[in-house]
Design a protein around this ligand. Sequence first.
Ligand code: PEP
Length: 254
Amino acid sequence: MKKQFIAGNWKMNLSLGEARGLARKICDGLADSEAVDVGVFPSFVYLKDICDILSDSKVFVGAQNMNMEKCGAFTGEVSGEMLKDIGCTHVIIGHSERRTIYQETNSMINSKIKAALFNDLNPILCVGERQEERDADKTREVVESQLSGGLDGLKSEQVKRLTIAYEPVWAIGTGKTATPEQANEVHVFIRNTMRSKYDNDAAHCIRIQYGGSVNSKNAKELLGQPEIDGALVGGASLDANSFLNIVSEAVRFS
Ligand code: PEP
């Protein structure tokens, strides 16, 4: 069993005061638990504050996105170097909301992953199919192409630093969750794909999170699946108790 990794994607939510309060509650509620890796992903504008609040804790802080360029005339964008500079250790790349709303392609996602690794940030690469793709039995095809495109040109040593989040788009923010078996089946597929593209060692090292309406009620069953190594949590990560309950469930399986 691997150490589970529970990550909270706060998306475009919370006031500064609320974000600070949530970070403190999570930090206090975790006590000294080393059994599980925990990370929070606040909005860009709160990152520095949250990095400062959590600097002496074991909670990772990461961004929800970044630009692939080093610096320059890219109005409104944030670089990997900037994230590293303020204390971030992680970054979510290729979330389905970025793919859909902001038309991010696999090629853009690939450049962002390379830029993140160059800046010593650990990427969480999100993959997952839409409802119509699942209905058309295309889940594997979609996930395979997101992995191939997103990881193009990366070496085994680089890939080991990744977390992959399998997030079926139809389960994100909808209250619909993949059954633990459905999720595990795709996780097995992802693990095997990584084994065939890289090697056993890389495939084994990578943690594969499940994301899509994870909450304190369904976490136990999902995290108990053999190939699920954690969760990327949206809505339920905005409430400290719910998030901490998910972390507690993960402790059993780490
Ligand atoms: C997410 O946005 O990554 C996510 C999984 O959201 P939710 O938990 O709200 O479905």
